[in-house]
Ligand binder design. Structure first.
Ligand SMILES: *Cc1c(COP(=O)(O)O)cnc(C)c1O
Length: 358
């Protein structure tokens, strides 16, 4: 640990399991429905692979602009929206600056805050009775609590994951607008799952100079392996963040494939509708099985189960889901996959629950 920067000494490596599986429902990935029929003509861009990629990413930004309804000047693309979260910390965080967010939420927010010497302040979305055993009634988020906290600690950045990972809760646009009007901070709304909810804050950008929206190709577009994310914000913010961006972080393959993916926009709507249908079916089934479930506006469902090592037991059936033991003991997040994957998950879950009873 010699010479390591003080603020990263306590951080842990972001490790992911490499377990063998039949059905993978642990990382909120989607299906590759946009880039499955490529042919040789689509690979023509490889003729220029000896050149550095287009560092302005202009064509891609134009296509993304059409997809979300903004001008290319309002967009920064990155190597996944994870890179953009890091870029925002790089741009704005001095040592000791505060970053405020509701918890539980996406772990990268606190990790990147700490890497850049900031102080992460996580706020529970509700005031819970402290000795509460058993599952929570809900994971709703009270924006007034956040506004109150912001006034007290004066954070430079406020991060909202909307819909929230891992709970699926969606903060209504009205509440986010109230926040934007009440604080002096930049408000970053991470909309990684917004296609499954349909209330993007992108439409509000003209009215709020302190609003930053993050989006990604990893979830509703089913292209997590492409590593393509983007930020939409006022041009002044785009200018600041551009200063710290490495010119070629987004490689030529991601740019080219991202462009091709957006040629099939009508498929996205169809895919999203199917996932929403499957989500409601799975939600009802989990409830019927007696599990505490939380309504979700994303492509996953959080649920609670008293069964010891539930995720390990499912893993032995070849089914991967996400286990939150540690911070959220006995809570599990299952990604909504296609009809077959979901039914396989439910089937194995039924077996596990039955074995517990007998
Ligand atoms: C999956 C996810 C992302 C996407 O990250 P990429 O780097 O774009 O793959 C961003 N934010 C949240 C909350 C997520 O769950």
């Amino acid at each position: 640990m010699k010479w390591m920067r003080d603020n990263i000494k306590d951080l842990k490596e972001y490790k992911l399991d490499n377990d063998p599986y039949r059905i993978k429902l642990d990382a909120n990935e989607g299906e590759n429905f946009l880039l499955k029929d490529l042919d040789n003509a689509d690979m023509k861009f490889l003729n220029n692979i000896n050149r550095y990629p287009d560092s302005s990413r202009q064509v891609l930004k134009e296509e993304i602009g059409k997809y979300v309804g903004v001008n290319p000047e309002n967009i920064i693309t990155g190597n996944g929206s994870s890179e953009i979260i890091e870029l925002l910390m790089k741009t704005f965080i001095n040592k000791g600056d505060k970053v405020l967010s509701f918890i539980p939420t996406f772990s990268m927010y606190s990790i990147f805050t700490k890497v850049y010497g900031g102080e992460f302040v996580g706020l529970e979305g509700q005031e819970f009775a402290s000795k509460n055993i058993g599952p929570r009634d809900d994971f709703s988020l009270n924006i007034d609590l956040l506004i109150e906290k912001a006034k007290e600690i004066n954070p430079k950045l406020i991060l909202l994951c909307n819909p929230n990972n891992p709970t699926g809760y969606l903060i209504p646009s009205q509440a986010i607008k109230k926040l934007l009007e009440s604080v002096d901070s930049f408000v970053i709304v991470d909309e990684a799952y917004i296609e499954f909810a349909e209330v993007s804050m992108v439409a509000e950008l003209e009215d709020y100079q302190n609003l930053i929206v993050l989006r990604t190709f990893s979830k509703a577009l089913g292209l997590a392996g492409l590593r393509l994310g983007y930020m939409v914000a006022d041009v002044n913010i785009v200018k600041m963040v551009s200063k710290v961006k490495a010119p070629y972080s987004l490689n030529a393959l991601s740019q080219a494939f991202g462009l091709m993916a957006l040629k099939n926009k009508t498929l996205i709507h169809k895919y999203v509708e199917n996932i929403k249908f499957e989500r409601e079916k799975t939600f009802i089934r989990l409830k019927e099985l007696g599990l505490k479930t939380y309504p979700s506006s994303a492509n996953f469902i959080l649920f609670y189960s008293q069964v010891e090592d539930l995720s390990e037991k499912l893993k032995s059936e070849g089914i991967l889901i996400r286990d939150f033991s540690g911070y959220l003991d006995k809570y599990y997040r299952v990604t909504i996959g296609n009809k077959y994957e979901n039914s396989q998950f439910v089937k194995s879950l039924e077996v596990v629950l039955k074995n517990e009873k007998s």
